[in-house]
Ligand binder design. Structure first.
Ligand code: ZN
Length: 293
């Protein structure tokens, strides 16, 4: 195994966004009965990351917790900044009970199915992704490697881990199919960590399909910043489907169609994600790559 240190503790986090209830429900389940997440050789901790936001069914109180881990201050003005500091002091490197792997559970209003998001190409992360993808047909691996997204996400407090992002679902809704899918993916990850720690672990190189982040596109806006067009019906729900020049991407309220003009083929993700209107992201595009891992 190429990773430098053994895994001693894994963190399963849910409710990082308080209106994404599948992760919060799974955390509550595991807090009640942890048998399904116990494995040999390491401990698994669970964390309801933003309890007051879950309580109120809102994404956050003051700011996005999942953009708050880049050196948050204990006396920060926002609740989420202070909460991020608490989480780092518990689970970060040098914390009270530092973890080696973080799996953070999210939902999306976009049609992303079971998506497995990594933010670096650490060999451990690629091998875990390949292990999970082999066992979960239909799972897509999205490498969101983006310098505009600094180390501010919960899953990036340590180099190893992933964000599990499932959809489409409305916020504050628990879809059983997506909850069960999330639970299976977590189980596969824990199985991988257990298997990879064994002395006789001899991984064979295998192919992994990865959707590599290229860039994000904002909605058309007027001079005041108001959105003036919606995602074109042909692009709606077309996450991970090939997109090329001349394909429609937006339609304005007065009927004008706007077309994609960039490189091809690309594969859109996070198409019309509800939470990203405020982040100026209508969709992102990726390049499909096959890696040997
Ligand atoms: Zn989320």
């Amino acid at each position: 195994m190429s990773s430098p240190t053994a895994v001693r503790r894994v963190l399963l986090a849910g409710g990082t966004h308080g209106n994404e209830w599948i992760g919060a429900w799974l955390v509550r389940k595991w807090q009640h009965d942890a048998r399904s997440i116990q494995r040999q050789g390491f401990d698994t901790a669970v964390l309801l990351a933003n309890p007051p936001a879950v309580e109120r069914g809102v994404r956050y109180l003051d700011q996005d917790l999942n953009r708050s881990f880049d050196d948050p201050r204990a006396d920060g003005a926002s609740w989420e900044e202070r909460r991020a500091r608490e989480i780092l002091e518990d689970f970060g490197a040098g914390g009270r009970t530092p973890v080696d792997v973080v799996l953070d559970l999210h939902t999306t209003t976009a049609n992303m199915g079971l998506s497995y998001i990594i933010t670096n190409l650490d060999p451990f992360n690629l091998r875990m992704a390949a292990w999970v993808a082999r066992r979960e047909p239909g799972l897509r691996v999205y490498a969101w490697i983006d310098e505009t997204l600094p180390k501010s996400a919960l899953s990036t407090i340590v180099p190893r881990g992933a964000t599990i992002e499932v959809g489409p679902t409305a916020n504050n809704v628990v879809r059983g199919d997506l909850l069960l899918g999330t639970e299976r993916v977590v189980g596969h990850c824990l199985d991988f960590i257990e298997a990879s720690a064994r002395d006789d672990w001899t991984p064979q190189p295998e192919k992994l399909e990865v959707f590599m982040h290229l860039r994000s596109y904002d909605y058309p806006r007027d001079a005041s910043g108001a959105v003036t067009a919606f995602v074109h019906p042909k692009l709606q729900d077309a996450d991970y489907q090939p997109l090329g020049p001349g394909d429609p991407i937006f339609q304005s309220l007065d009927g004008e169609t706007l077309f994609y003009e960039g490189e091809a083929p690309v594969y859109p993700v996070f198409v019309n994600e509800a939470a990203y209107y405020e982040k100026a992201i209508a969709f992102s595009v990726t390049r499909r790559e096959i890696l040997w891992v």
